[in-house]
Ligand binder design. Structure first.
Ligand code: PMV
Length: 321
């Protein structure tokens, strides 16, 4: 038996990925730029065991079935194919934040799984870029969680992993994750992207706008231009939501929009605060250390905010055992 345990942290995109290339292989249609967070992690142990007849997957203490089990087995099958082996595995995975709550558990989950599976498989020595490519095939945003700090994922083809572009301390950045529901009732990202690409009249406009937002954001990040970075972050999120909304997908709720307005009020008061939201109603707010306490106090007052997770850029995925 061979085993490895990995920890990966979640990430969220400042320049969003939404939509896949019309090819097999789960390639994003647009490049994305993300930040990996401190905390909000998944810890995953993979044990390849010749005595097992089938893969066994435990998620947060419960045996996984159906789609979740299937997606884990697909990743394990890719690792087995690369190593030329057929040994089955047991997988134990746990998140330290609510699973499938729209807080990107698939990003940290598939990053930790890919890294642990590659390390647990005897004789397989893959670069971190290859591990990122493996994670991308399961969940494109997971490719970015292999790396810490600010990370880009190209729209690429072939072997295509994410790349780190700046370390976690590159910017004085804090993130306030405003949690507005504990459930997971939204349309998942894969079907949401499919619906958008097939039916949104604004999808072509999104495909046109997203690479330009990404390129300008990369320059703003390099220049440590906080205001530009923040402004582009909001544009990316709003353009993504507009494209999705025109396909009938409404991820935002009233409280989401109230939080957007609260963030803009903070800016009018002189704070540097910017919002983003993914395929769910939660809002992530970017702030500097100097504005953290005031921003947190104001956002906590918005009716419908259940709690605020305070975090900042953190490190990449690691093997711990
Ligand atoms: O990688 P997925 O399938 O979880 O999709 C991620 C989609 C967004 O979170 C909305 C945007 C992004 O780039 O992370």
């Amino acid at each position: 038996m061979t085993a490895a345990t990995a920890i990966a942290h979640t990430n969220f995109a400042l320049a969003k990925y939404w939509g896949k290339k019309p090819l097999p292989g789960n390639y994003p249609a647009v490049p994305s730029l993300s930040v990996t967070l401190e905390g909000m992690s998944t810890r995953t142990t993979v044990r390849f065991d010749a005595d097992l007849q089938a893969d066994q997957v435990t998620l947060n203490g419960a045996l996984a079935t159906g789609d979740v089990h299937g997606r884990v087995v697909t990743l394990l099958d890719r690792v087995r194919a690369l190593a030329g082996r057929s040994t089955r595995a047991s997988v134990e995975s746990a998140n330290d934040f609510p699973t499938a709550s729209g807080l990107a558990s698939s990003a940290s989950g598939f990053a930790a799984l890919a890294l642990a599976a590659v390390h647990a498989m005897p004789g397989l020595d893959l670069s971190i870029e290859r591990v990122s490519d493996l994670a991308r095939q399961s969940s494109a945003s997971a490719a970015r969680s292999l790396f810490g700090g600010f990370v880009e994922l190209p729209a690429g083809e072939g072997i295509s992993g994410a790349r780190p572009i700046a370390p976690p301390d590159h910017l004085d950045l804090h993130v306030l994750v405003c949690v507005v529901t504990e459930g997971s009732k939204d349309v998942g990202s894969t079907s949401g992207m499919q619906k958008t690409s097939l039916t949104s009249p604004y999808y072509p406009a999104w495909l046109d706008a997203a690479p330009a937002i990404f390129a300008a954001m990369k320059l703003a990040l390099e220049a440590r231009d906080w205001e530009k970075l923040g402004d582009l972050t909001e544009r990316s999120a709003l353009a993504m939501h507009a494209a999705a909304m025109a396909a009938g997908l409404v991820y935002v709720r009233g409280v989401t929009l109230d939080l957007f307005a609260a963030v803009r009020r903070l800016r009018q008061e002189g704070l540097l605060a910017y919002f983003t939201a993914d395929a769910g109603p939660h809002v992530k707010v970017l702030v500097r250390s100097a504005d953290l306490a005031r921003a947190k106090g104001a956002l906590a007052q918005v009716p419908g905010v259940l709690r605020i997770i305070e975090t900042r850029p953190g490190g990449g995925a690691v093997i711990v055992q």
